[in-house]
Design a protein around this ligand. Structure first.
Ligand code: NCD
Length: 317
């Protein structure tokens, strides 16, 4: 195995500058469908091959990476942990080396251990795109969230963004904190004390914590709701049955926020647990726009990783 000095994949938002983030978001806009059309089929990545390797459940992320690769003309193969030789005792490094020997141009990977893709990238020349590592980062989710905020007419600068729920176990929250703080937005993290890690306030001066949902939402431009990730907790550290009463988003909360507040959720949503159906299905909700932007943003990320971060003149309208 060779030691690799620097990865050319995408491991986290932490590694990206504000300009790099902006250029991915700008490029994603070129790939968005117009009106009722679907995503255009392009040939920019013809002859390229990507492998999706998912060790954790996924609906949105895996499907949209696959569609994004195919819409750009690349071949995409998906493997889930249950169907791989990991269940036969193969180590992670051996599994990755086996896949790399098939010469894909990139490996898209989701894993339950924080740092798994970073560790593997040190040994692998094939670029790795992180599709979520444990409770650490989920870079393409934060990028698609940012694209969605921009599409609703907001800027990424000087917003008040409140992220509510299981912050402690959320890679989505951490990647969003990195991204939004690069643009100087204020971020309020809100949830039960046991699910609010103080350490996230170290990332940027504009990050604060509160247990009070009304206070968090007051004058918010964006509300991001999170699922409680019970699968990452050995035992719940808060009263599960009362969760919705204290931290579930209901219509009455929206009155406290800015009138044009954007409600977001990375999915999967648990109706009646962290968000009411009335809010999830309301005009303020951008949840399905987020899903749609997942494809455009992942097209931009795949193009950047597979062709390099150079200027793209092709496929602009
Ligand atoms: C999230 C994830 O897997 O990190 N979902 C997603 O990718 N859209 C959040 C979650 O599972 O709650």
């Amino acid at each position: 195995m060779r030691q690799r000095s620097s990865g050319s994949g995408l491991l986290g938002i932490e590694d990206l500058t504000r300009d790099e983030i902006q250029s991915i978001l700008d490029r994603a806009r070129d790939f968005q469908p117009r009106g009722d059309e679907t995503f255009r089929r392009l040939e920019l990545l013809r002859g390229k091959m990507v492998v999706n390797l998912f060790f954790e459940a996924s609906t949105r992320t895996r499907t949209s990476f696959e569609i994004a690769a195919r819409r750009l003309g690349a071949d995409a193969v998906s493997i889930t942990a249950q169907a791989s030789s990991v269940t036969k005792g193969e180590s992670l490094v051996d599994t990755l080396n086996t896949l790399a020997a098939m010469r894909p141009d990139a490996i898209i990977m989701r894993h339950a251990s924080s740092g798994a893709p970073h560790f593997l990238q040190r040994y692998l020349d094939t670029p790795i795109i992180n599709a979520g590592d444990g409770t650490h980062e989920h870079p393409t989710q934060a990028l698609l969230d940012a694209r969605t905020i921009l599409d609703r007419g907001a800027r990424l600068e000087n917003l008040k963004v409140v992220i509510i729920g299981d912050i402690a176990h959320s890679r989505v929250a951490r990647s969003n904190v990195y991204l939004l703080s690069r643009f100087g937005s204020r971020i309020v993290l809100c949830g039960p004390a046991s699910l609010l890690p103080r350490e996230l306030t170290q990332i940027a001066p504009g990050v604060t914590l509160t247990n009070d949902m009304d206070e968090a939402i007051r004058d918010a431009d964006v509300i991001m709701m999170l699922r409680v990730q019970l699968e990452r907790q050995h035992e719940a550290s808060f009263p599960v049955n009362e969760y919705f009463q204290f931290y579930g988003l209901r219509l009455e909360h929206l009155r406290l926020a800015k009138p044009d507040v954007i409600v977001m959720h990375p999915g999967p949503i648990n109706r009646g647990r962290e968000i009411s159906s009335e809010v999830a299905d309301s005009q303020r909700s951008a949840i399905l726009n987020q899903v749609e932007n997942g494809i455009a943003v992942r097209m931009a990320v795949l193009e950047r990783v597979l062709l390099g971060a150079r200027e793209h003149a092709v496929a602009n309208h």
